[in-house]
Design a binder for this molecule. Structure first.
Ligand code: PLP
Length: 390
């Protein structure tokens, strides 16, 4: 690999993405559309190349979390419909329309603001009604106590001008916990609330939404019977989280680095900031040019093991901003220039997430912009992306 890749880089396996896509598509059944969630730079994988690949594979919709992400995709020629999951201030309504972005509508107040703004510019905003069936975030409350008031507000919202109500959706909060009976019954309750509200809204407004959708990754994997018109998988598309393992999906990202200088230290020598590690005997320690500014969490200091060609090498001492040190004493054939897998197929990111007390979503999202993304297809490099402004 060339020079820019001798430091730290993320390989993005587009064949693994295609494999996951096809498997998830089958899981959805024939009636449901595929909405690929590419918010947060496609969970750190690079929103433009991932979106283009999903477009090529036949996805029907994509989702982003804000207008800037949508603009980036449009700027790079992504044509698929885009759903914006999240709040957008109403004074950005015309930009939403001009970028052909579908906005979620979480409240009557938001509906009034979008409608008024769309009316002023003489255009129509495509929207999806957002129902809160138990997530406790955005949307019209659908619990029993709020039902009637929400229904009245929704029907009022749907009479406003310059809004095109294409879809209705909700979000699960514990669908990824299939072994937890409480989570299972709550997920079913969420779905029942959704169905109930949708029925009443469609009856009251005398219409039918074109797209009803509920399933995030957990919903799709464990409750495919709730797929309805469209599913919104995010994390499983990228093949991380334990549920991806359960379903035989492949991790798309491999974070790699290469061994830098190697030194042999006498016993009782401290390594790195804070002197949290001392050599117990003579040890051979390599410096890796990857640190927390690349997205390697500092809480993995003295804990995580990097995968070398000959086996694991544990981090010694604190992870620094741009470097960390690993113990190569028992790996005598590993030396300067050798490739190391920080996480990937041979060094599961799920274990890293558990060790770091977080979820894999956070780890891939936090791979920073100075880490080049290299796109592989059929074993060949088909693209690369470095976000530094060179
Ligand atoms: C992020 C998000 C998704 C995707 O979630 P995953 O757990 O990654 O599948 C789906 N729907 C909504 C509303 C989201 O915010």
């Amino acid at each position: 690999m060339e020079k820019i890749l001798r430091r730290t880089w993320a390989e993005i396996d587009l064949d693994a993405l295609a494999y996951n896509y096809r498997k998830l598509r089958r899981q959805m059944g024939p009636g449901a559309g595929f909405l690929g969630v590419v918010k947060a730079d496609a969970y750190g994988h690079g929103a433009v190349p991932i979106s283009k690949k999903l477009e090529e594979l036949g996805a029907e919709y994509l989702a982003v979390s804000n207008l800037e992400e949508a603009e980036e995709l449009r700027h790079h020629g992504v044509e698929l419909p885009l759903l914006l999951l999240g709040y957008t201030p109403a004074d950005m309504t015309e930009m939403l329309i001009d970028n052909r972005v579908t906005q979620d509508v979480p409240s009557l107040e938001a509906a009034r603001d979008y409608s008024a703004a769309a009316k002023v510019c003489g255009k129509t905003l495509k929207v999806h009604l957002k129902l809160d069936t138990g997530m406790g975030r955005l949307g019209f409350q659908c619990d029993e106590g709020s039902f009637d008031r929400s229904l009245a507000e929704i029907l009022e919202a749907m009479r406003l001008p310059n809004l095109d109500w294409e879809g209705v959706f909700m979000h699960f909060c514990v669908a990824d916990e299939p072994d937890n009976p409480e989570a299972r019954s709550f997920t079913r309750l969420q779905y029942q609330r959704f169905v109930h509200m949708v029925e009443e809204v469609e009856r009251g407004a005398n219409m039918r939404f074109r797209l009803h959708h509920c399933c995030n990754s957990g919903g799709l994997m464990y409750y495919p019977e709730f797929a309805w018109d469209m599913c919104r998988p995010g994390v499983v598309l990228y093949g991380t989280e334990p549920m991806s393992r359960d379903f035989g999906l492949k991790p798309v990202m491999t974070l790699k680095t290469a061994v830098g200088p190697v030194k042999t230290y006498p016993p009782d020598t401290s390594v790195s900031y804070g002197r949290t590690y001392f050599t117990d005997r003579e040890r051979r320690i390599g410096v890796l040019p990857v640190g927390y500014a690349d997205g390697l969490q500092r809480c993995l200091s003295n804990r995580w093991e990097m995968m070398t060609q000959d086996g694991p090498a544990r981090i010694c001492g604190r992870v620094c901003m741009d470097m960390c040190m690993v113990d190569l004493t028992d790996l005598p054939n590993v030396g300067t220039g050798d490739e190391v897998e920080v996480f990937g197929p041979n060094n599961p990111i799920e274990r890293m997430a558990e060790m770091a007390g977080t979820i894999t979503y956070e780890l891939t999202c936090c791979i920073s912009k100075r880490v080049p993304r290299v796109y592989l297809e059929n074993g060949r490099i088909v693209g690369r992306d470095l976000r530094l402004q060179l």
